[in-house]
Design a protein around this ligand. Structure first.
Ligand SMILES: [Zn+2]
Length: 407
């Protein structure tokens, strides 16, 4: 049993939190004293640990190996295809684990990653990441989505079913890139249903308003009663529909129980390059989706690869972009990297309450907005009640007159 003392909650209360085994015991108003063996969290904000709902660990940390010449989605796909022969199993494992260490140090304890399957890479990346998933179990919970190429009606559809048999946790795909987008959605849903596994599709990652497979997906999920869970990632084209279409489709998505994952970094980088004047942001219709009651999570997507060559791998970077480009308030932005992705991934909820899993992150900050805004690397991360990462930051200002200014 360990006490975390004088932690500030997202709501601004100052509390003592008892860790009892792998769960939270009592949560009480802070008594203001620290006993030997306690953890003093004065000046820290304590939150549920972060969840990354959409990563590409097999591609991570390759930006300097493969240039995206055009800077758009197809340029990134071409760059990856050119690099694929050099991506051996050990190379994929090494980069995926380097990315996981970055995520964990920043406070992320669950990651859903898409994995390229079929075409040039065969099952190589899936096998490598199954290895990583098993090695990291208990530290970072990893879910693997089989991401197949197109056309889904060809060998890619068979690759998807095979990957689900071989250990992928979730069915994936990119129907909007298919010659028959609506049929592709249906093939992916059928493969997921046959395997009794969830579905997570790259959905409408385009500013072309004529592509709206999200509506097809919602319709199919409602009609079939598909139960294992459905996530639609990106949903860029929803953001450029007339407002009445946004509202209607958002209501369909909410009614079908589909979670949407917004991916601001990659969308801001890849989308809008054909618009030299007033380029659109490429973000999904965050407001209408939330108003309709749909779950809207946010993820980092690509970590320094041809789809997004920069980024820290920090969920707070994503949350800050949901404030800046998605116009969420700080509470909703933090929800998009904590509670919402737990819903999308089918994980148990985590909150500062008795009996909740003790998966937590303590951040330097006076309150939640301060912690989100500063995004200091100074963090402590608990998984199942034990510390799994701790980062301390030391700053020295060398001119005495400036001391006391930094925060
Ligand atoms: Zn993606």
């Amino acid at each position: 049993m360990t006490w975390l003392r004088s932690a500030t909650t997202s709501g601004g209360d100052v509390v003592d939190v008892e860790l009892s085994g792998d769960v939270i015991g009592r949560v009480l108003p802070a008594v203001g004293t620290v006993e030997p063996g306690d953890v003093d969290l004065t000046g820290s904000v304590l939150l549920p640990s972060f969840v990354e709902p959409h990563a590409h660990l097999d591609k991570a940390l390759t930006a300097s190996r493969a240039e995206n010449v055009t800077g758009d989605l197809l340029g990134a796909i071409d760059a990856m295809a050119a690099m694929a022969p050099t991506m051996t199993g050990p190379d994929i494992v090494a980069r995926a684990e380097a990315a996981l260490r970055i995520h964990l140090a920043y406070g992320t304890t669950a990651v859903r990653t898409h994995v390229n399957v079929g075409a040039e890479s065969g099952m190589r990346a899936l096998e490598a990441l199954i290895d990583v998933r098993e090695r990291w179990r208990g530290l970072v919970e990893l879910q693997l989505v089989a991401l197949v190429r197109n056309p889904l009606a060809g060998p890619a559809g068979r690759d998807l079913r095979q990957a689900l048999l071989e250990g992928a946790d979730v069915a994936g795909g990119c129907p909007h890139l298919d010659d028959e987008p609506d049929r592709a959605v249906s093939i992916c849903l059928d493969a997921a249903a046959a395997a009794d596994k969830p579905l997570d599709l790259h959905t409408d990652e385009t500013l072309d308003p004529r592509l709206l497979t999200l509506a097809t997906l919602a319709d199919l999920v409602e009609r079939t009663g598909f139960a294992p869970g459905v996530t639609a990632s990106h949903c860029v084209s929803l953001g450029v529909q007339p407002i009445d279409v946004q509202q209607r489709v958002s209501e369909q998505v909410a009614a079908a129980g589909i979670s949407v994952v917004a991916l601001p970094q990659t969308n801001l980088f890849l989308q809008g390059r054909a618009h030299p004047v007033g380029p659109p942001r490429g973000l999904t219709a965050v407001g209408p989706l939330r108003t309709a009651g749909a779950t809207v999570a946010a993820g980092g997507d690509n970590l320094r690869d041809p789809f997004h060559p920069v980024g820290r791998g920090d969920a707070l970077e994503v949350a800050a972009l949901m404030v800046t480009s998605g116009h969420l308030g700080p509470t909703a932005a933090l929800d998009s990297i904590t509670a919402a992705p737990r819903v999308a991934l089918g994980l148990s909820p985590v909150e500062l309450a008795s009996g909740s899993p003790a998966d937590l992150v303590a951040l330097a900050g006076r309150d939640a907005l301060d912690a989100l805004g500063a995004a200091s690397a100074q963090r402590t991360v608990w998984r199942a009640g034990r510390v799994v990462a701790r980062t301390t930051v030391t700053t020295e200002l060398t001119r005495p007159a400036l001391q006391g200014v930094a925060s």
